[in-house]
Ligand binder design. Structure first.
Ligand code: NDP
Length: 279
């Protein structure tokens, strides 16, 4: 499994299994089980996916040692601030039934529940997360959907800089300025919705490259992001596609193909401005 080293020396597998919109219970247990059997060793969940417990059950059922699995979860949008974050983190540990998390992220910079005081709320959440980190309860800490202005604000009181920003990235959605900024700050970028939540797979440019390689549109979409140095987090509930998405480390794209994919327009949908969402 290809890995990337975070700024604190922790290694993160470059592909993780995404679990957003996978219903809790049997579907999550089966999907995460398929992923672990196929060879994924990195699972991405969140309190807001309401499937943490099933993810934990699947990990336990797999028989794979906890230390071999890189597990990410995220702070719920309603639980920002020091005290709420401490309680929310406890809840996640209990739900997943683990005694540490590999990567804990603030899911959203300024959710509606805390929009009136997001700066202070994030500072409090981050202080709590730094404590979890020092106590060894989380191995790495980071953010998600943060724009430069949110990171700058966080850094006014942060002692430890975020190691990761998990943002929406796929061929056509490059967020170049934010990616450069995060890299200058020493952060690793995780590409969420790497297949545009499935809607990128009918794109003609991707289809042409896929045809040339005799591979699927999903494999090309993921390989493109891998070659750009991002962690990718594809989601699927089907055993065959879960395995297919992992077969992206034994081929590469040509410089011309990379350029063609770099030049693509966003054919899926615009990424939300995190300051204007209704959640
Ligand atoms: P993806 O971009 O991974 O696309 C998933 C869709 O593509 C599903 O409909 C899936 O179908 C389909 N699919 C997957 N692989 C294949 C394949 N090989 N061939 C054909 N179809 C395929 O979706 P997400 O938007 O869920 O993003 C992935 C992950 O990123 C999330 O699950 C979550 O972990 C993370 N994320 C984080 C966010 C954040 O705010 N931090 C926001 C959004 C996502 P099917 O399931 O039916 O097999």
């Amino acid at each position: 499994m290809q890995k990337i080293t975070l700024s604190n020396g922790v290694e993160i597998p470059q592909i993780g299994f995404g679990t957003w919109q996978i219903p809790s219970g049997i579907v999550t247990r089966e999907s995460v089980g398929f992923a672990l059997r196929a060879g994924y060793r990195h699972i991405d969940t969140a309190a807001a996916y309401y499937n943490e417990q099933s993810v934990g059950e699947a990990i336990a059922e797999s028989g794979i040692d906890r230390s071999e699995i890189f597990l990410t979860t995220k702070l719920h949008n309603e639980e920002h601030g020091y005290d709420l974050t401490r309680a929310a983190f406890e809840k996640s540990l209990k739900a997943i039934s683990v005694d540490y998390i590999d990567l804990y992220l603030i899911h959203w910079p300024n959710p509606i529940a805390h929009r009136h005081h997001w700066q202070e709320a994030n500072a409090g959440s981050w202080r709590a997360m730094e404590e979890f980190y020092r106590a060894g309860l989380v191995k790495s800490i980071g953010v998600s959907n943060f724009a430069e202005r949110h990171i700058e604000e966080l850094m006014k009181s942060a002692v430890i800089a975020p190691m990761v920003n998990q943002i929406r990235l796929f061929a056509g959605e490059r967020q170049e300025a934010l990616v450069s900024y995060c890299r200058r700050m020493g952060m690793v970028l995780e590409a969420y919705s790497p297949l545009g939540t499935g809607n990128l797979l009918k794109n003609e440019t991707i289809a042409a490259v896929a045809k040339a390689h005799g591979l699927s549109a999903a494999q090309i979409s993921l390989r493109y992001l891998i070659e750009r140095g991002f962690v990718v987090l594809p989601k699927s509930i089907r055993e065959a596609t879960i395995a297919e998405n992992l077969r992206i480390f034994d081929f590469s794209l040509t410089a011309e193909e990379m350029e063609m994919l770099d030049r693509m327009e966003n054919s899926v949908s615009a990424t939300h401005n995190p300051d204007e969402t209704t959640f």
